[in-house]
Write a protein that binds this ligand. Structure first.
Ligand SMILES: [Zn+2]
Length: 181
């Protein structure tokens, strides 16, 4: 190998090392960021959901219910449970009007069936900031207005797997009720 190629390879290697270190630091910081503990519907309490709502079955085409349904009057503000980065806001067939955001610890927060989405919402959301309003869009149409809220861990947590229906998915879908306590 000529010296030119050698120094080129060394440059690439040190660049890759740098990228790896930066990535690890970013992942680590993600875990250090404090998580919020705010109920995502303004004024709601634990009496606004059924304590057995998470993993309730049978649950239509989903099989089991992978979140919490928080019941409220149509138009009640939906707020961010923690500081988060907006990934998507718009319409989905099942979820209706939804907001999807990335929070601390590499967890995705999913807010569904909104009647409207706050159009002035920033990319970076503060805990308690309004995302939209409670509604009955998507497959909640005609049902009692509620917020469907799910938390999905991007990193699998295999110790949460159990023998229930689709129990292996509990490595990703966290029980939001535990989280809001
Ligand atoms: Zn639901």
């Amino acid at each position: 190998m000529s010296n030119d190629i050698k120094s080129y390879v060394v440059d690439i290697m040190s660049m890759l090392k740098y990228i790896a270190v930066v990535s690890l630091v970013v992942i680590f910081i993600g875990f250090l960021l404090p998580e919020g503990r705010v109920i995502p519907v303004k004024g709601a309490t634990s009496s606004d959901w059924n304590k057995d709502t998470f993993w309730y079955e049978p649950w239509g085409t989903s099989g089991v219910h992978k979140g919490v349904d928080i019941f409220a009057v149509d138009g009640t503000p939906v707020i961010a449970t923690t500081n988060m980065l907006t990934l998507y806001k718009g319409e989905l067939s099942k979820g209706g009007m939804v907001v999807i955001a990335l929070g601390p610890k590499w967890r995705i927060h999913y807010f569904a069936h909104l009647s409207e989405i706050n159009q002035n919402m920033a990319l970076l959301l503060q805990k308690g900031e309004e995302l939209g309003k409670v509604g009955d869009t998507g497959n909640a149409q005609g049902k009692q207005p509620h917020l469907h809220y799910s938390i999905v861990s991007l990193l699998p947590l295999p110790w949460l797997i159990d023998g229930s229906t689709q129990g292996y998915k509990k490595a990703f879908y966290l029980n939001p009720i535990e989280y809001l306590r």
